[in-house]
Design a protein around this ligand. Structure first.
Ligand code: LLP
Length: 429
């Protein structure tokens, strides 16, 4: 269910024509639908209701504090991966008792910051980190609550750059040695191992990896408890896929069916770290067409959104649906299936102004004829869009707008040229 719909050949976000937003706030512009965002959070809460899970929204997916505030108000905790994300989650009004902190390279300062805030769980990714965490906590007179992050060694399941549970990746503790590592801290002051964590990769379009991971998790929890560790939490991470092309994603219920048996078997409190599933289809990126050109027999639409706004196509060859905000006569709405023949279209490349051949949003894509000044909507841009944006080519970062029904508000202003140099100017004065 998403609230970006065409009415009378016009794209709306909820009840607001997005062209109005582009006229008011300029482009490139991220537009979010509150109803879509909350719908997807609710879908997870409902699917997993039996386990009364702690849903830790993954800040890295989209860290805007206004979206974070909505998450917190609707019961979510936060999954953070740096001191900066911890800061964002606190700014959003999150309760640190529902924060988890993952990442292979937590610094001492970040660990101290998280201990001071009293977070729920550190997801520990190596033996060295485990001992460092214990030492720091002990020196502060605290006991760090930790979940061991296991790499469950599953078959490949998503893009190689975002698969985090195949053998040899940098994430987590090897499943073969995790018990040895756990044995080594049985009586160590400053640390209490109270959970098991895994994050399999992202995005995942099948429930099987979760079933396999959860089964391995049950066995590990038994063994950890036998060693004397009071395991209370099973954290199955994030990674639930969404519809980028057509209807390829699974409902949250399918993931729940794969994961809940492990909760029944262990009696653990379930923790989840979804990001993309919640915010991915709740956002679009709007760009305005600057020029059309042909080169080497290829048709280019040059518009003002670029790889610095949405780097996923450049980095992972990701597919994002793109369609005019006001499609011309005879081309009413974006097709259900972009691989099928689409009338009144021809193959075009959607690119931005950045000086790299890799700066594209779509290649050889069936699109109708557009003209200078037309708006294009890039769909499913709510996850890892703004969060991975940059100032490359000294481009100011886009603005973000949140729509609720027939109202909207700016939740991040467009950056200015002064913003671009502010941290440098600060050094000369
Ligand atoms: N938990 C951990 C430990 C993670 O590393 C991640 C994502 C998540 C949760 C949230 O995953 P989600 O539910 O959003 O799938 N930039 C890539 C995705 C990188 C994912 C990184 N970790 C992309 O644009 O596809």
């Amino acid at each position: 269910m998403d609230h970006f719909q065409y009415k009378n050949r016009q794209l709306y976000c909820e009840e607001v024509p997005v062209a109005e937003l582009a006229a008011k706030f300029g482009t490139p512009l991220f537009v979010y639908s509150q109803a879509t965002l909350l719908h997807h959070l609710k879908e997870i809460q409902t699917a997993f209701a039996e386990a009364n899970p702690i849903i830790c929204y993954s800040v890295k997916t989209n860290g805007n504090i206004h979206l974070g505030r909505l998450m917190a108000e609707h019961g979510a905790g936060f999954d953070v991966t740096s001191g900066g994300e911890l800061y964002r989650a606190l700014k959003a009004g999150g309760d640190p008792k529902k924060f988890v902190f993952a990442g292979v390279g937590k610094t001492d300062d970040e660990i101290r910051y998280a201990l001071e805030q009293g977070i729920m769980l550190f997801n520990v990714e190596s033996e060295a980190e485990l001992h460092n965490l214990a030492d720091i906590a002990h020196s502060m007179g605290k006991v760090a609550p930790a979940a061991l992050r296991v790499n469950p060694d599953l078959p490949p399941k998503t893009h190689v750059k975002t698969d985090t549970s195949v053998k040899g990746v940098k994430f987590g503790l090897d499943i073969e040695t995790i018990l040895e590592v756990a044995q080594g801290v049985i009586n160590r002051p400053g640390i209490s191992i109270v959970g098991l964590h895994m994050h399999l990769g992202s995005p995942i379009l099948s429930a099987d990896p979760y079933r396999m991971g959860a089964e391995k998790g049950v066995k590990l929890i038994e063994a950890l408890r036998k060693q004397g560790h009071p395991i209370k939490y099973l954290n199955m991470g994030g990674g639930f896929g969404i519809n980028y092309r057509k209807k390829e994603a699974l409902p949250a219920k399918a993931f729940a069916e794969a994961i809940l048996p492990a909760i029944r078997a262990t009696g653990c409190q379930l923790v989840l770290e979804p990001g993309r599933f919640i915010v991915g289809n709740a956002g679009i990126l709007l760009g305005r067409v600057l020029y059309l050109k042909e080169s080497g027999g290829k048709h280019y639409i040059i518009q003002d959104a670029a790889m610095n706004d949405l780097i996923r196509p450049t980095l992972y060859d990701s597919f994002h649906r793109i369609w005019p905000v006001n499609p011309p006569e005879g081309v009413p709405a974006p097709p259900e299936d972009f691989e099928a023949e689409i009338p009144n279209t021809f193959k075009q490349n959607v690119v931005g102004p950045v000086c790299e051949s890799g700066d594209f949003l779509a290649k050889d894509r069936a699109l109708p004829m557009v003209k200078r000044g037309d708006l294009l909507a890039v769909f499913s841009a709510g996850a890892y869009g703004m969060a991975m944006s940059s100032n490359y080519n000294a481009r100011v970062r886009a603005a973000e707008v949140l729509v609720t029904g027939d109202t909207f508000r700016l939740i991040r202003r467009r950056e200015t040229y002064e913003d671009l140099v502010a941290a440098e100017v600060a050094c000369t004065s």
